[in-house]
Design a protein around this ligand. Structure first.
Ligand code: SF4
Ligand code: F3S
Length: 107
């Protein structure tokens, strides 16, 4: 199993999650982060840190978020590792909780 970053991270990218991961398994794209499922050790530390509540265990994903399992695995292979916390994206607080953000994902 692994933890998965889901839709509400898109256009927020708060990056608090990065600070607590002991195995550096977050990878960064333009407006979204993903978790490498091959590296995640299921420590659970990142889940409560996300201000957007975007991180879930693979077997506890909210309905409609199942496609993010594959998306995390695919994009983790393409995007570089991120190990340092950054400022959130501009307007992250406004985008937090907005529906239908998958179409805004930049790859
Ligand atoms: Fe990293 Fe632990 Fe979160 Fe997996 S569950 S992404 S190992 S902090
Ligand atoms: Fe995204 Fe939450 Fe991390 S918004 S960057 S999963 S802290």
């Amino acid at each position: 199993m692994a933890f998965v970053v889901t839709e509400n991270c898109i256009k927020c990218k708060f990056t608090d999650c990065v600070d607590v991961c002991p195995v550096d398994c977050f990878h960064e794209g333009p407006n979204f982060l993903v978790i490498d499922p091959d590296e995640c050790i299921d420590c659970t530390l990142c889940e409560p840190e996300c201000p957007a509540n975007a991180i879930f265990a693979e077997d506890e994903l909210p309905a409609g978020q199942e496609m993010f399992i594959k998306l995390n695995a695919e994009l983790a292979k393409q995007w570089p590792v991120i190990t340092e916390v950054q400022s959130p994206l501009p307007d992250a607080d406004d985008w937090n909780g907005k529906p239908d953000k998958l179409k805004l994902l930049e790859k």
